[in-house]
Design a protein around this ligand. Structure first.
Ligand SMILES: NC(=O)C1=CN([C@@H]2O[C@H](COP(=O)(O)OP(=O)(O)OC[C@H]3O[C@@H](n4cnc5c(N)ncnc54)[C@H](OP(=O)(O)O)[C@@H]3O)[C@@H](O)[C@H]2O)[C@@H](O)CC1
Ligand SMILES: Nc1ncnc2c1ncn2[C@@H]1O[C@H](COP(=O)(O)OP(=O)(O)O)[C@@H](O)[C@H]1O
Ligand SMILES: [K+]
Length: 504
C-alpha cells in the first residue's frame, strides 16, 4: 500500500474526478456511503448522533453522512462551523441537501457556539478537518476539540482525527487534536497514522475503499509504502534440488558476551532457520558449552577472550556477517568492532551493542562501508543520532537522512518497523504484534537478516523479507500461543510456518 502525502491525495482525488469520470459531489457521496455503512456496522439507529462539520470537504463528507444516517432512522444533530462565511463548493451543496431533507436538527455556527450536551450514549461524528488541515487548530476549533475530548461520548473521525496532520505532527499542539474511538480513513492510511505517538488520537483504525483511481495509484511514485504479502512473495528465492550446504550461504554471527550468551543463541538459531547452509557463531570462550548444547547445528569459533569479543576475525570465507547482539560495550570490544567493520568483505548487519558502541564513537560512523544494514530500536537510534527526537516522525526523518548520508539501510524497529533506504525511500513492515515486545526479539531479526544475506538476497530484499518474515512468524506464534506469553524463541519456532505461508 502506497502512502501518499496530502498533496498527492489531493491530486488523486482530482485525477479520479477527471478520469473515471465522476463529479466531485458524487465522489463525496460515494465516500459518505462507505462511512455511513461503517458507522452503522458499529452503532444502531437508537444511538443519538451529533455531527460536527468543518468548512471544507471533510465537513462536506460529514454533512452527507448526517443526511444518510437520518434517512436510516438515526436521531442526528448537526453543527456546521462556518465562521469565515466560506464553505467549499461540495460542503455547501451538502448543506443544501441536508436542509432539503429536513430530518436533522441543524445549527450553523458563525460566531460562538453554545456546545451541545454530549453524554456517554452520544456518538460524535468528527468531520471538522481532514487532509486539508494546514496548521494546528486554535481558537474556537481548539475549544471545541477540547470539549469533545473531555466528554464521555464515543467519537468517530472521518478520514483523520481533526487537528492531526497527515504527515508531520512534531510541532502540532497535542491538546487540540480529537481523540477518536474509531477513525475511518479514506482509501489509504496516512503517514501520521503509522507513528506510535499518534495512536492515542486514532482509536481503532479502519481503511475504507472509495475506489479512487487505481491507475493513478499504480503510476504515482511515493516516498513511503507499507509492504504487504503481495510485495514480499515475489522476493522469495527458490531452492534448487541440487542445493548443498556449500551453495546455500555461509553466515557469521559475532554475538554474545559473558552473561549474554542468550543473544547469540537466538541470533544463531534464527539464522539457521532462515535457510543459510552454514552458520558460524563467533563468541567468547565461556559461551562454548551453552552454544554447543543450545545450537548443535552451528559451527563455533571461539574468541581469544573468556568473556568478551576482543579481536576482529577474517570474513573472506563468509557471505554475510551479523554483529552486535549481546556483545557488551567493553572498550576492547569497541576497538575490535571498528576494526571488524572496516575489514569486513561481506554484506553486514549491525545491531544492539554494535550500534551502541558506534553511538559513543560517532566519528567512526564515517568509516562504515556502504550498504551496511543497521537495525536500531528507537532508543538505539536516538543514541546513534546524538539526541532524542521530539516525535516519532522526526526520528523517522532523521533515520531516513542518516541512511542517505551513510548510504546505508536503516531499519527503525517498532510496530510498523520502517526500512529507510539509501535513496530516501521508506518501506513499512505490516506484520508483527505487541507480543513481540519481549527481550530477544531483535536478536532474532538480526539472525534472520544475516541468514537472508548469506542466502544471496540483496541488502534491500534481505531487509524487506527479513522484517516481514520476523513479524509474520510473530503473528503466527501469537495466533497459537497468545501475545502475553510469547517469547523470542517462539518467533524462531514459527519461522518455518512463516516461510510455508509465503510459499503457498
Ligand atoms: N481525498 C479524497 O480522495 C477525498 C476526500 N474527501 C474528503 O475531503 C477532505 C479534504 O478536504 P479539504 O481538502 O477541503 O480539506 P479539509 O480538511 O476539509 O479542510 C480544509 C479547510 O480547512 C481550513 N483550514 C485548514 N487548517 C485550518 C486550521 N488549522 N484552522 C482553521 N481552518 C483551517 C482551510 O482553509 P484555508 O486555510 O485553506 O483557507 C479549508 O477551508 C478529506 O479529508 C476527506 O474527508 C472525500 O470527500 C472524497 C474523496
Ligand atoms: N508492538 C510491536 N509490534 C510489532 N513488532 C514489535 C512490537 N514490539 C516489538 N516488536 C519487534 O520486536 C523487535 C524488538 O527488537 P529490540 O527492541 O531490538 O529487542 P531486543 O533488543 O530485546 O532483542 C523488533 O523487530 C520490533 O519490530
Ligand atoms: K476529521
Amino acid at each position: 500500500m502506497k502512502i501518499f502525502t496530502s498533496a498527492q491525495i489531493h491530486e488523486l482525488d482530482k485525477y479520479t474526478i477527471e478520469h473515471e469520470p465522476i463529479s466531485s459531489l458524487n465522489l463525496m457521496e460515494r465516500a459518505a456511503k462507505a462511512l455511513k455503512r461503517a458507522i452503522e456496522e458499529e452503532w444502531s439507529n437508537r444511538t443519538p448522533v451529533v455531527v460536527f462539520a468543518g468548512p471544507g470537504n471533510n465537513g462536506g463528507d460529514a454533512l452527507a453522512v448526517a443526511r444518510m444516517l437520518s434517512e436510516d432512522g438515526y436521531d442526528v444533530s448537526v453543527y456546521l462551523f462556518n465562521v469565515q462565511n466560506k464553505l467549499s463548493a461540495d460542503c455547501l451543496a451538502n448543506k443544501k441537501r441536508l436542509l432539503d431533507a429536513k430530518r436533522v436538527k441543524f445549527t450553523e455556527i458563525t460566531t460562538n457556539l453554545d456546545p451541545p450536551k454530549l453524554n456517554a450514549e452520544t456518538l460524535v461524528v468528527d468531520g471538522l478537518f481532514g487532509s486539508g488541515l494546514n496548521k494546528p487548530l486554535a481558537g474556537g476549533f481548539a475549544a471545541m476539540v477540547k470539549y469533545i475530548n473531555q466528554s464521555p461520548a464515543k467519537v468517530v473521525s472521518i478520514d483523520i482525527p481533526s487537528g492531526l496532520m497527515t504527515e508531520d505532527n512534531s510541532y502540532n499542539i497535542h491538546a487540540n487534536i480529537i481523540r477518536a474511538s474509531l477513525t475511518l480513513t479514506l482509501q489509504q492510511k496516512k503517514l501520521s497514522m503509522l507513528m506510535a505517538d499518534n495512536q492515542q488520537y486514532l482509536g481503532r483504525l479502519r481503511v475504507l475503499d472509495i475506489r479512487l483511481s487505481q491507475e493513478f495509484i499504480q503510476n504515482t511514485e511515493c516516498q513511503c509504502r507499507i509492504l504487504e504479502e503481495n510485495d514480499i512473495r515475489p522476493l522469495l528465492k527458490s531452492r534448487s534440488d541440487f542445493a548443498h550446504k556449500g551453495s546455500m550461504g555461509n553466515a557469521l554471527l559475532i554475538a554474545g558476551s559473558y552473561g549474554m550468551s542468550g543473544a547469540s543463541v537466538l541470533a544463531t538459531k534464527a539464522c539457521l532457520r532462515t535457510g543459510a547452509g552454514k552458520v558460524t557463531a563467533h563468541t567468547p570462550k565461556r559461551n562454548y558449552e551453552i552454544m554447543q548444547i543450545s545450537v548443535p547445528e552451528a559451527v563455533l569459533q571461539m574468541d581469544a577472550e573468556e568473556t568478551i569479543f576482543s579481536e576482529p576475525v577474517d570474513t573472506e570465507m563468509f557471505d554475510a556477517l551479523g554483529v552486535g547482539p549481546g556483545l557488551g560495550q567493553n572498550e576492547t570490544t569497541a576497538i575490535a568492532l571498528i576494526a571488524q567493520l572496516r575489514r569486513a568483505t561481506c554484506p553486514l548487519v549491525i545491531d544492539a551493542d554494535a550500534l551502541n558502541i558506534l553511538s559513543s564513537h560517532r566519528a567512526w560512523m564515517q568509516q562504515l562501508p556502504k550498504n551496511i544494514i543497521m537495525t536500531p530500536h528507537p532508543k538505539e537510534f536516538d543514541r546513534l543520532a546524538g539526541n532524542a527526537s521530539s516525535s516519532c516522525t522526526e526520528r523517522l526523518m532523521k533515520a531516513s537522512e542518516l541512511a542517505e548520508r551513510l548510504q546505508a539501510y536503516i531499519i527503525l524497529k517498532g510496530h510498523y518497523s520502517a526500512l529507510c533506504h539509501p535513496d530516501g525511500k521508506i518501506d513499512f513492515c505490516s506484520t508483527g504484534n505487541s507480543g513481540m515486545a519481549t527481550a530477544g526479539s531483535g536478536d532474532v531479526l538480526t539472525g534472520i537478516i544475516t541468514g537472508l544475506l548469506a542466502r544471496g538476497y540483496k541488502q534491500e530484499d534481505a531487509c524487506r523479507l527479513g522484517m516481514h518474515l520476523h513479524g509474520l512468524a510473530g503473528d503466527l506464534a501469537a495466533k497459537d500461543l497468545g501475545k502475553e506469553s510469547l517469547i523470542a524463541s517462539d518467533i524462531i519456532q514459527y519461522l518455518p510456518k512463516a516461510f510455508l505461508r509465503l510459499e503457498e
